[in-house]
Design a protein around this ligand. Structure first.
Ligand code: NAD
Length: 474
């Protein structure tokens, strides 16, 4: 099995604590990584701290140039990185609607280029005979990134590239379920960046907790579950670390009565099931008007039954396995609870026999708020479809959840849909789409889905602190 080390101060670091990484399509290990102890976190933070003065003082054009070079390195190594993502995460190389490892690595290249080109010009608030006031954006220092397993490399890119662009140095800790593509990326990055600018420590919650409480880290950018996000926030309080938290979601979509069920169903299925439902901003609860409810349900079930599920290395596979055994158990338990509450299973509903963590694409009708499958984030290929009578009821049900990541409204009346969308309690609203993100538009959650935003100029600013400079002229 190939072995992937940690990286501290530009050097590969091997340890005694090895972790086997499972391929979820087979339920068997395919690679092994070195994991760290709190002292490795100390060493990585010290390396990042030592590299910070020179990195943050580089002229903007040089930092931009190095990040563009890094994007080029990712692009040249795309086939290898795609395969590593598919093997560790299970997502197909191509995937449903082209959402797979190719998109993950292609997205990493695009995000790196676009983010490299953002500027952080000082803002002039006042400039008259009395004084000039400038607002500058300065790097924070050492930024730690803690990532989840669902988009392992792309989420790491979303964290570290704006951090570096703003002049910070980085300590990266990938999920213990999916550290491999990130480890290879950090190895490649260390061929481009100065030593100590990007460090990698691998391991599970213990290593994450050592990062969260480390006194010499200035900011943590975290994507993962709401529960872990709250723990990190508690630990971060001791040294007042800055935080960006991208946490769980339970996104609602509302389908208005004016749409054609046959036209809308493939789109709804795509945004609910790509990556096997394991995307923070997948459609996770679908509210459909009673006049078209049966037709939309029937179309969704027809599509779900025809999708090709299998090992993601097969280029024709549309949906892969769940990423890990625990997630498969969560989905299986939610399905059992839905069945007990009288949910009608219009497709799927079972684990697939044989190797790997596969669950059939599942459409469940007949539930409403109060059922666990509706109230809780399933993070898997099982979608509850809920009937509503009027828009006020649909908006109330959509907002009746502690999460607030995304929401969508589906209609031919774009103005009406946008008005309804603005009533949803979430950080991102899509009309006739769901979960689509791009590097220049801010994205983030409200309520318990997180704090702060990623992407765009607003996302970049989260990796800086403001310094206001007032120059008296008399
Ligand atoms: P998780 O919270 O279990 O783990 C995420 C990371 O946190 C891992 O690297 C893990 O090792 C680390 N960790 C665990 N305990 C820790 C602790 N006490 N201190 C510090 N670090 C710790 O999440 P997951 O299961 O990997 O990811 C799935 C969740 O992520 C879902 O809820 C999903 O909605 C959410 N998610 C959100 C977004 C978003 O942008 N909002 C994107 C992707 C995933």
């Amino acid at each position: 099995m190939k072995h992937y080390p940690m990286y501290i101060n530009g050097k590969a670091v091997r340890t005694e604590q090895l972790l086997e990484v499972i391929n979820p399509a087979l339920g068997e290990p395919f690679a092994v990584v070195d994991t760290g102890l709190p002292e490795h976190v100390d060493a990585a933070v010290a390396a990042a701290r030592a590299a910070f003065p020179a990195w943050s003082a580089l002229p903007d054009a040089e930092r931009k140039g190095l990040l563009h070079a890094l994007a080029g390195t990712i692009e040249r190594n795309m086939p290898e990185l795609m395969e590593l993502v598919t093997r560790e995460n299970g997502k197909p190389m191509n995937g449903l609607n082209g959402i797979g490892s190719g998109m993950e690595i292609g997205g990493a290249v695009a995000w790196t280029h676009v983010t490299a080109d953002f500027d952080l010009e000082p803002e002039v608030i006042q400039d008259n005979d009395v004084a000039r006031i400038e607002v500058h954006r300065k790097a924070l220092g050492v930024v730690a990134s803690i990532t989840p397993w669902n988009w392992p490399l792309l989420i790491a890119i979303w964290h570290v590239i704006p951090a570096l662009r703003a002049g910070n140095t980085v300590v990266l800790k990938p999920s213990e379920y999916t550290p491999v593509a990130t480890a290879r990326f950090v190895e490649l990055a260390n061929e481009v960046l100065p030593a100590g600018v990007m460090n990698l420590v691998m391991g599970g919650p213990d290593v994450g907790a050592a990062i969260a409480r480390h006194p010499d880290i200035n900011k943590i950018v975290f994507t993962g579950s709401t529960r872990t996000g709250k723990r990190i926030m508690e630990s971060a309080a001791a040294s007042l670390k800055r935080l960006t938290l991208e946490l769980g979601g339970n996104d609602a979509g509302i389908v208005l009565p004016d749409v054609d069920p046959k036209t809308v169903a493939p789109k709804l299925f795509g945004v609910g099931f790509h990556n096997n439902g394991q995307t923070c901003a997948c459609l996770k609860r679908l509210y459909v008007h009673e006049s078209i409810y049966d037709d939309v349900c029937a179309e969704l079930a027809r599509i779900a039954s025809g999708v090709k599920v299998g090992d993601g290395m097969d280029p024709s596979t549309e949906l892969g396995p769940l990423q890990n055994r625990a997630q498969l158990d969560i989905v299986t338990n939610l399905a059992a609870d839905a069945r007990e509450r009288g949910g009608r299973f219009l497709s799927g509903g079972q684990r697939r026999a044989g190797k790997g963590y596969f669950f059939e694409p599942t459409i469940v009708a007949g539930l409403s708020n109060g059922a666990r499958l509706v109230d809780e984030e399933q993070f898997g290929p099982i979608l509850p479809v809920i009937k509503y009578k009027d828009i006020d009821e649909a908006v109330r049900l959509a907002n009746d959840n502690p999460n607030g990541l995304g929401g969508s409204v589906w209609s031919n009346d774009l103005a009406l849909a946008a008005e309804i969308g603005k009533r949803l309690e979430c950080g991102n609203v899509w009309i006739n789409d769901h979960g689509a993100v791009q590097p220049d538009a801010p994205f983030g959650g409200v309520k318990q889905s997180g704090i702060g935003v990623e992407f765009g100029k607003q996302g970049l600013e989260e990796f800086t602190t403001i310094q206001t400079v007032k120059i008296m002229k008399n």
